[in-house]
Design a protein around this ligand. Structure first.
Ligand code: GCO
Ligand code: ZN
Length: 290
C-alpha cells in the first residue's frame, strides 16, 4: 500500500492529527512551525492558525473548540475567535521540556506527554487532564512521549516512548483512568526508524508511524505480529489518524526537519499530509469532555 499527498504543507514538524466526525475536518499541528491546521477534504482547503508557542498536539472538545498541549502546558482554543486560554501547566518548573504527542481516551480525558527540548532522556512524563481540568502524572521518566491508543473494548491503553522502540500495553480502567501492569507487546526492528505516533482500528490492531522509516505499519498487539505496511514518500513519518465518512481513510503527518539536501531531493513533499484508503475501519477520535 502507498499513501499519496493530500496537503503540500511543507510543515517543519507535522504531527498530532485528529478527525472531527461532526464537521468532517482533519486537525493537525506543526509543532516547530507553531501552527494548528484544519483541513477540509470536501474543499481541499487547509486553514492555518498561528500560535505563540510550540504546539505538541490538540484534540476536539465536546463543548466546541480545541484542547491543546503546548510548550507551556494545557490550553483551550475557541475556534471562532482563535482565542487561546491557559488551563494549567504541570511542568511550569521544567522550562526545558515541551509537550509532544497526546490524545483523548474513550472516557473523554486528554492525555499528553512531554519531552526535553535538547533530547535528554528520561526527563519527560505522561499526564492526563480530566473533565474537571485536574492533571495527574501517569508515567514518569519518559524520554519522547509519543503514540497513544486504546483497544476497542477499552481494556487496554497502548503507549510509545520513542527511543525504547517499543509499544507498551497497560491495563486501563475506563471509569477511573488508572493504568497498570505494563507489558511490552511490539518492538520495531532495527533499520526501520523509530516508532512515533499511532492509532488503532476496529479490529484492535495498531497503526504505527515510523520516524526515519518512510512508512506506517499495522500490528496485532496480541501476537506482536506485523500485518501490513503503508509506504509514505517522506522520511520522517510522525503520526496517523482515521478519517472520512466511512472512517477508512488513514491521514498521515510527516516532518521536514532534520533532513539533508539529498534527502529533501528524494522526498520533496516531506512535511506534507498523506492519505491512504484502508480495508479496515479505524477507531474514532474521542473528544475532550472537560
Ligand atoms: O514527532 C515527534 O513526536 C517528535 O516531536 C519528534 O521530534 C520525533 O518523534 C523524535 O525526534 C523522534 O526521535
Ligand atoms: Zn510524535
Amino acid at each position: 500500500m502507498e499513501a499519496t499527498l493530500v496537503i503540500d504543507a511543507r510543515a517543519i514538524l507535522g504531527e498530532g492529527p485528529s478527525w472531527d466526525d461532526q464537521k468532517q475536518l482533519l486537525y493537525w499541528v506543526d509543532i516547530e512551525g507553531k501552527k494548528v491546521h484544519a483541513y477540509n477534504p470536501m474543499t481541499a482547503g487547509n486553514i492555518e492558525m498561528k500560535q505563540e508557542q510550540m504546539v505538541g498536539t490538540i484534540a476536539p472538545r465536546e463543548s466546541g473548540g480545541l484542547v491543546m498541549a503546548m510548550a507551556g502546558g494545557f490550553y483551550a482554543m475557541n475556534l471562532s475567535t482563535e482565542n487561546v486560554d491557559a488551563i494549567t501547566d504541570p511542568e511550569s518548573h521544567l522550562p526545558d521540556n515541551r509537550f509532544n504527542d497526546g490524545k483523548c481516551d474513550p472516557a473523554g480525558r486528554f492525555w499528553a506527554g512531554t519531552t526535553h527540548l535538547e533530547g535528554l532522556k528520561g526527563e519527560g512524563a505522561l499526564y492526563c487532564l480530566d473533565e474537571n481540568l485536574e492533571v495527574t502524572k501517569k508515567i514518569d521518566h519518559v524520554s519522547t512521549s509519543n503514540g497513544l491508543a486504546w483497544s476497542p473494548d477499552t481494556r487496554y491503553m497502548y503507549f510509545i516512548d520513542t527511543p525504547t522502540k517499543k509499544v507498551v500495553r497497560y491495563d486501563y480502567d475506563l471509569t477511573t483512568g488508572d493504568i497498570r501492569n505494563p507489558v511490552e507487546v511490539i518492538t520495531i526492528p532495527d533499520g526501520e526508524g523509530m516508532p512515533d505516533g499511532m492509532t488503532s482500528d476496529v479490529e484492535g490492531n495498531l497503526w504505527i508511524a515510523h520516524w526515519g522509516g518512510s512508512k506506517v505499519t499495522r500490528w496485532n498487539p496480541d501476537t506482536g505480529e506485523r500485518l501490513l505496511e503503508v509506504s509514505v514518500p517522506a522520511l520522517n513519518v510522525t503520526s496517523c489518524v482515521f478519517g472520512g465518512k466511512e472512517r477508512n481513510e488513514l491521514y498521515i503527518t510527516t516532518a521536514r526537519t532534520n533532513m539533508s539536501e539529498e534527502e529533501l531531493k528524494q522526498f520533496p513533499y516531506a512535511g506534507g499530509v498523506f492519505r491512504v484508503k484502508t480495508k479496515t475501519k479505524g477507531s474514532r477520535t474521542y473528544t475532550f469532555k472537560g
